[in-house]
Write a protein that binds this ligand. Structure first.
Ligand code: HEM
Length: 391
């Protein structure tokens, strides 16, 4: 008897395998709404990246040491000595950025298609929590190589906690495990990064997917007028949608490996608490908040700044309960679409200003210095390059 037959008999003798098969069949062949297409793959790509982060993270853990003395050298050891260590370290570092990017794209897709409206409010709320936890993954993971940039970016980042009204001082102390960023901070960030966040995100993703399956994907029908997709209509989850997901998954893995090879992340110099680097900037996903905070000065200004940075997250969580409109199609929701676009381009604009701030650049043939707040200051004529100067 073939192995599979024996296995089947083993389980059938103990469990109601008919019920299990019916359940799995129903899930696999579920019909998705007819407009389900390529834009509906961002959620699965986020999931794929989370799985990849978990696998590469476990591999990194084999040799990584979370102490100020050993953290930096253990990363160096992984990249230089361990078989394929350079590859899984790079895939993990690039995967972090790509996961945040795909979670944001997924959020944009669900926002503009009105998928957060009744009855899917809780799918959206669990999604926003996943978004917050995903960027927390980025923040805590950034410190772990214990290099100069990471050390000082974390010092600046945790310093902003001090501006939170009433509990600021305590919050900064709690995050750092003391007055400054030290080995205590590294231990805390390590525990949050490798134990608390992975389990919290796993649980939340499971809940998010169950909620998504219970309500099926949203159609463009008005709230309260959605009809279940009949078995003969719509897009079969398997094989049609799964095939699309498979194609983009292969492309994503190719992009991940290509980036790892052609644009590897530097390990940088080991952290030095006595030498502050000239320009400290956070990762791209924190640039909008980093830039926004700069416009608020003085003790009260800083408090307003922290509130201004937290406010968008509060609005995001509550959004399904604030938007009462019944329409889902973006063309029938001009206000919600306009609001979303303003938020999106506002964040993008602040991020670009944050990226350009404190740099020199040439704009329409003139050199400019972009100051801390993003204002350009003319620096005179652009330096002529050698060949043209000779002619
Ligand atoms: C780790 C992060 C996340 C994972 C793994 C994930 C996964 C998924 C998957 C696989 C789907 C079904 C297919 C699709 O629409 O792509 C889905 C649906 C959904 N997700 Fe997420 N998601 C995540 C984060 C988010 C975020 C940040 C939001 C919004 C704030 C969100 C809101 C939704 C909503 C509203 C749906 C239902 C879509 C519909 O009915 O058309 N998710 N999610």
């Amino acid at each position: 008897m073939p192995e599979s037959g024996r296995l089947q008999r083993f389980f059938s003798a103990r469990f109601d395998m008919g019920a299990v098969r019916t359940f799995l069949d129903k899930q696999l062949h579920k019909r998705l709404p007819p407009h389900t297409g390529w834009l509906h793959v961002f959620g699965s790509l986020s999931l794929l990246l989370f799985i990849s982060q978990t696998i590469t993270g476990i591999l990194l853990l084999v040799y990584y040491r979370p102490t100020p003395e050993a953290a930096h050298s253990s990363i160096k050891y992984i990249t230089a000595q361990v078989n394929f260590g350079w590859l899984y370290r790079q895939v993990h570092a690039w995967g972090a950025s790509l996961m945040i990017l795909f979670v944001v794209l997924h959020m944009i897709r669900t926002y503009f298609s009105g998928a957060y409206k009744r009855p899917r409010e809780l799918t959206w709320v669990t999604g926003v929590l996943l978004f917050i936890l995903t960027i927390t993954f980025g923040f805590t993971g950034y410190l772990l190589p214990w290099n100069q940039i990471a050390y000082w970016a974390t010092t600046v980042g945790t310093e902003s906690a001090n501006k939170v009204p009433l509990i600021g001082g305590w919050l900064r102390y709690f995050l750092r495990g003391g007055e400054a960023v030290t080995g205590e901070t590294l231990s805390r960030f390590f525990v949050v990064h490798v134990i608390i966040l992975p389990w919290a995100v796993t649980g939340l993703i499971a809940l998010h997917l169950v909620l998504m399956r219970l309500n099926n994907l949203a159609t463009f029908e008005r709230v309260g007028e959605e009809k279940p997709t009949p078995p003969q209509a719509g897009i079969p989850f398997f094989p049609v949608h799964v095939a699309k997901e498979g194609v983009v998954a292969v492309l994503l893995i190719a992009v991940l490996v290509t980036l790892s090879v052609v644009a590897p992340w530097e390990i940088g110099e080991p952290a030095n608490a006595l030498s502050t680097p000239e320009h400290i900037k956070p990762e791209w996903y924190f640039l909008p908040s980093y830039q926004l905070l700069k416009y608020f000065e003085g003790p009260w200004g800083a408090v307003v700044g922290v509130i201004a940075c937290s406010f968008p997250f509060l609005i995001l969580i509550l959004w399904p309960f604030l938007d009462f409109g019944k329409e889902r199609h973006p063309r029938k929701r001009p206000w919600a679409v306009g609001f979303g676009l303003v938020g999106l381009f506002g964040a993008l604009f602040l991020g670009i200003l944050g990226h350009l701030s404190e740099t020199d650049m040439t704009l329409f043939g003139r050199r400019y210095h972009i100051d801390l707040l993003g204002w350009p200051h003319a620096l005179g004529e652009p330096p002529k390059d050698a060949p043209s100067a000779e002619h």
